[in-house]
Design a protein around this ligand. Structure first.
Ligand code: CP
Length: 300
């Protein structure tokens, strides 16, 4: 059984194989999922993850069944548990892509599932397929991962993409991470402990300005309104870091801006026309990486 639950499960060799497969899938038609069915079970909103997984399955010749607002439109609204839903959907499909608002939900689902479960985001836990597509973007845009300097910016406390990408970067050599956030939204202790164990250099700061000329990647994130207890609390941090054209002029020559998206106001739309703005290309690479991941999850 090949569940995809967290970034830690992938070693460098597997990641490189996945990325080479993603490169190949861009150029070569592949119908290996013919006769297979994917269920996308989304208990939280999504545009990119759901559509790219569904598109990936269709492009590989497979089929898709979906519930986009599972809290309202599945039997959860009648009181069914996640575990029971997974057991039932098991009878209909070959792979389940699950997004849920509770950390650990994909792990729970995998424990009762006879078909692979793919974590498409579990609350503030992980988003491993996003982490992998982020890493693929870095490799593709900069030509390397070892030795990069990356600034992760914004709501690092609630950012599951931050956790998944950090766990992946910890497998590479001479990477330096600048965690840029307000004090209250700092990255989790688990990530820092892991990076220390892996010998990855990192610094925490509230100041973005000094990091900009040094970084190969500015990884901007949204302040996640839905994770705060009140709108007042969210408003304290809204707009705290904004990338605009003046900031872009201070970036290194060969450097990029990434963002898992959706964005709200943390990147000025005027930046979109800069060649450094990699975030829409990043979203597009997600299709290739998820095609590769479906083949990985459903391998014999
Ligand atoms: N990056 C990401 O997970 O986007 P969606 O919420 O639109 O899937």
């Amino acid at each position: 059984m090949h569940h995809i639950i967290e970034s830690q499960q992938f070693d460098r060799t597997t990641i490189e194989k996945l990325f080479l497969l993603a490169d190949t899938l861009e150029k070569k038609k592949d119908s290996s999922m013919k006769g297979k069915i994917l269920a996308s079970l989304f208990y939280e909103a999504s545009t990119r993850t759901r559509f790219s997984f569904e598109s990936a399955m269709l492009r590989l010749g497979g089929s898709v069944i979906t519930t986009e607002n599972a809290k309202e439109f599945s039997s959860v609204s009648k009181g069914e548990t996640l575990e029971d839903s997974i057991r039932v959907v098991n009878g209909y499909v070959d792979v389940i892509v699950l997004r849920h608002d509770e950390e650990g939900s994909s792990k729970r689902a995998s424990l009762v599932s006879d078909v692979p479960v793919i974590n498409a985001g579990d609350g503030t836990g992980q988003h491993p397929t996003q982490g992998l597509l982020d890493l693929y973007t870095i490799r593709r845009e900069l030509g390397k991962i070892d030795g990069i300097r990356i600034a992760m910016i914004g709501d690092l406390k609630h950012g599951r993409t931050i956790r998944s990408l950090s766990y992946l970067l910890g497998k590479y050599k001479k990477v330096k991470i600048h965690f840029v956030s307000p004090k209250e939204l700092r990255v989790g202790e688990d990530i820092k402990e892991y990076l220390t164990r892996q010998g990855v250099e990192y610094v925490e700061t509230e100041a973005l300005d000094s990091v900009v000329p040094e970084a190969d990647v500015l990884y901007q994130t949204r302040i996640q309104k839905e994770r705060f207890k009140s709108v007042e609390e969210y408003s304290k941090y809204k707009g705290c870091y904004r990338i605009d054209t003046a900031l872009v002029k201070r970036m290194k020559k060969k450097s990029i801006i990434m963002h898992p998206l959706p964005r709200v106001d943390e990147i000025d739309p005027d930046v979109d026309s800069s060649p450094k703005a990699a975030y829409f290309r990043q979203a597009k690479y997600g299709l290739l990486v998820r095609m590769a991941l479906l083949k990985y999850a459903l391998r014999k």
